[in-house]
Write a protein that binds this ligand. Structure first.
Ligand SMILES: O=P(O)(O)OC[C@@]1(O)O[C@H](CO)[C@@H](O)[C@@H]1O
Length: 309
């Protein structure tokens, strides 16, 4: 079983308005409330593409219950650690001209809550892999993710990491199976610049991440495509279909889930995994939130892939 951990889940509130001005009432439309958080999004994509996935996270209050119930309705089992407070609601506003992403801090957790999560991980049935995504809630102790990774390793499981903080660098020492930085995170955390038309520069950056401990790297660059390296071979992939971008929210998580749904069970199917991943990312950006993956099949025929090593 591939589990995902979302320490800081959220209800995503996607809404649209026609222009945004200060000091007046803004009437909005097309409001959509969905159960999300980065790891949940990975699980939903895994589940959609036929790889069962279960969800771990800290949940609180009415919004936490909404997310747990909603994820179960989508077919994913959830193992919640209930905490005090209210799980955050993140607001994604499309004004017609711009995207405004308002991401809250989340319900605080305590050392006691962290211990409950570690005990839960120790008891999970059929733990093969834990994919860790997203920010950490207020109150999280410095060593929490290290303890999570150690516990999974102790149980013989593998770890996938998709986090934006400098902690990623420290976790590389524990040799994660896969990491999924984007180009901004690569620059902010590792000081490395990449671009889609510089394969040589990308290969150098990927090599650096392997040297620091990553077994495989999926490096996403939004609409420009992605690089993938398993340490021996490397590829560049991009969806060439000219999609109309409505919201980039959830695209990276969905891309990771789609890729894992193919590559995790058969590491030789890199190109199939990249094709599905790029098509999924392209479809998700057309939707407010994650959407329903309805055009992925069509976009799979519009993915360009080249092996670069
Ligand atoms: O605060 P984090 O965990 O970095 O980001 C949380 C979040 O913005 O990321 C997802 C999209 O990637 C959303 O579903 C969710 O609201």
């Amino acid at each position: 079983m591939i589990y995902t951990l979302t320490a800081n889940p959220a209800i995503d509130y996607n809404v649209t308005c026609d222009g945004l001005a200060p000091d007046c009432v803004t009437r909005t439309r097309d409001a959509v409330y969905t159960p999300n958080g980065k790891g949940l999004n990975v699980s939903f994509a895994l589940q959609h593409f036929g790889e069962p996935s279960s969800i771990l996270g800290f949940f609180a209050g009415f919004s936490g219950r909404f997310i747990v119930d909603g994820a179960r309705e989508r077919g994913c089992e959830v193992f919640p650690v209930w905490v005090d407070g209210i799980t955050r609601v993140n607001v994604f506003l499309n004004s017609g001209e711009h995207e405004y992403n308002m991401v809250n801090a989340g319900a605080p957790i305590s050392r006691h809550d962290e211990d409950a999560m570690i005990e839960l991980i120790a008891s999970l049935p059929e733990l093969e892999c834990l994919s860790i995504s997203g920010s950490l809630p207020p109150g999280t102790s410095d060593g929490f993710l290290d303890r999570v990774v150690e516990k999974v390793r102790e149980r013989g499981g593998e770890v996938v990491v998709d986090i934006s903080s400098p902690l990623l660098r420290r976790l590389l020492a524990q040799r994660p199976l896969l990491i999924k930085p984007n180009d901004d995170e690569l620059r902010d955390i590792f000081g490395l610049e990449v671009s889609a038309n510089d394969d040589a520069g990308a290969l150098c950056a990927l090599e650096h991440l392997h040297e620091e401990g990553a077994q495989a790297v999926l490096l996403t660059m939004g609409g420009a495509g992605a690089y993938f390296s398993d340490g021996r071979h490397a590829w560049f992939a991009r969806c060439t279909y000219p999609v109309r971008v409505l919201s980039t929210v959830c695209a990276g998580d969905s891309t990771l889930g789609a890729f894992l749904s193919v590559w995790y069970r058969d590491r030789s199917r890199v190109e199939d995994g990249l094709r599905l991943a790029m098509a999924t990312g392209a479809n998700v950006v057309e939707c407010a939130g994650q959407g329903d993956f309805a055009r992925v099949e069509e976009y799979r025929g519009h993915v360009e892939i080249r092996q670069i090593r």
